[in-house]
Design a protein around this ligand. Structure first.
Ligand SMILES: NC(=O)c1ccc[n+]([C@@H]2O[C@H](COP(=O)([O-])OP(=O)(O)OC[C@H]3O[C@@H](n4cnc5c(N)ncnc54)[C@H](OP(=O)(O)O)[C@@H]3O)[C@@H](O)[C@H]2O)c1
Length: 329
């Protein structure tokens, strides 16, 4: 496992993708960021805190406001920050996997974001729902049946994604929540290989095997749910999130840092890109305060080992037929 524990990491650190474009390592997530809050936080992230990677998605239903935040930052920077300085990711929703819908979906995201291109367009999930327009989950009214676009394969969708690069609507293309066998399907036919796999990854789910697979195929990983801070109903964050883990707390105390900062630093030292989400000003600053200290090899290993004792996947939606969860584990 590669670790980067020297002091060269910075807010400007970027990873080189397989297509030679580069991607900032630290970014801001926007899932569940309320439309009325996300505009200001995106603006402040770019304008005041040095964030250069914004992670969006069509299905988050806040791309208009994310776009407003990006444009406000560019305008208020008075020429210091340009569009090309910012790396914008967005994602293809499950309803839009057919050849025609793939292009429609990116054009719709671009319209909302008010951009000519995004830097990275990802297939959000390896599953194709029937396009039922406003009904994002493609379920019947009582929520008991989900409708799938049965004749659409991942290969069809990938070929449509490649065309978007030709059309210059996106610079890079990639996947999200894909397993090795799903990526293999694409690699067999790919003219442009997936540059990124965005996956759940945190100290309680370190994805060791999938990381090895992606490294072998030169696929960069973005860690989502990086703070493992997604409790279910009736759960307390203190009981489920690595933010409250005793090992991480001890490391944090010894370095006068917060546990969130220790976890974000752990992602960065593993050479991952990482997109913690917040709509809170103080946390925006806190989450970027991760470049004035380093974790030792021993501390990295201590955090790596937490998956053995506290293993937990937080995001596993019922997206397979018969409402089966998307992942088997
Ligand atoms: N590809 C996919 O399928 C997928 C799935 C999930 C997520 N994502 C992407 O990944 C991003 C991050 O994942 P996530 O939003 O699930 O989880 P996360 O970033 O691990 O956690 C976000 C939660 O932690 C809180 N938080 C942020 N900074 C904190 C800090 N320093 N101390 C304590 N709490 C803090 C936030 O609250 P406040 O906002 O109230 O501050 C929010 O409740 C998403 O926003 C999205 O862009 C992608």
């Amino acid at each position: 496992m590669t670790t980067h524990n020297d002091k060269t990491l910075s807010m400007e650190s970027r990873l080189t993708l397989s297509d030679k474009h580069t991607m900032p390592q630290l970014g801001l997530g926007t899932w569940r960021s309320e439309p009325e809050k996300v505009q200001n936080i995106v603006r402040d992230a770019i304008l005041h805190c040095g964030y250069r990677l914004i992670d969006a998605a069509w299905v988050y239903q806040n791309e208009d406001e994310v776009g407003n935040g990006i444009h406000e930052a560019i305008e208020q920077s008075q020429g210091k920050i340009k569009r090309e300085d910012i790396f914008v990711t967005t994602k293809l929703w499950n309803q839009h996997h057919t050849t025609e819908d793939v292009e429609w979906a990116l054009r719709d995201s671009l319209k909302k974001l008010r951009l000519d291109y995004v830097d990275l367009f990802l297939i959000h999930w390896p599953v194709a729902f029937k396009n039922m327009t406003e009904n994002l989950w493609s379920q019947n009214e009582d929520g008991k049946t989900r409708y799938f676009a049965e004749n659409v394969t991942l290969v069809d969708t990938w070929k449509a994604m490649e065309k978007l690069v030709d059309l210059k609507l996106t610079r890079s293309i990639g996947v999200s929540n894909f397993s090795p066998s799903e990526i293999d399907e694409i690699l067999k036919i790919a003219r442009i290989k997936p540059s990124v796999n965005q996956i759940e990854l945190h100290p309680y789910f370190n994805q060791h095997e999938l990381r090895e697979y992606c490294a072998h195929h030169n696929i960069t990983i973005t860690s989502y749910c990086p703070l493992s801070n997604l409790k279910r109903e009736n759960e307390r964050a203190e009981d489920v999130s690595a933010l409250y883990n005793a090992v991480i707390q001890e490391i944090a105390q010894s370095k006068h840092k917060t546990t969130a900062q220790i976890i974000i630093r752990w992602h960065l030292q593993h050479g991952l890109s990482v997109i913690p989400k917040t709509v809170t000003q103080e946390r925006l600053i806190e989450n970027s305060g991760v470049f004035d200290f380093a974790l030792s090899d021993h501390e990295m290993l201590e955090i790596d080992h937490l998956t053995q004792t506290n293993r937990r996947r937080f995001v596993n939606p019922p997206f397979r037929p018969a409402d089966k969860p998307i992942f088997d584990d």
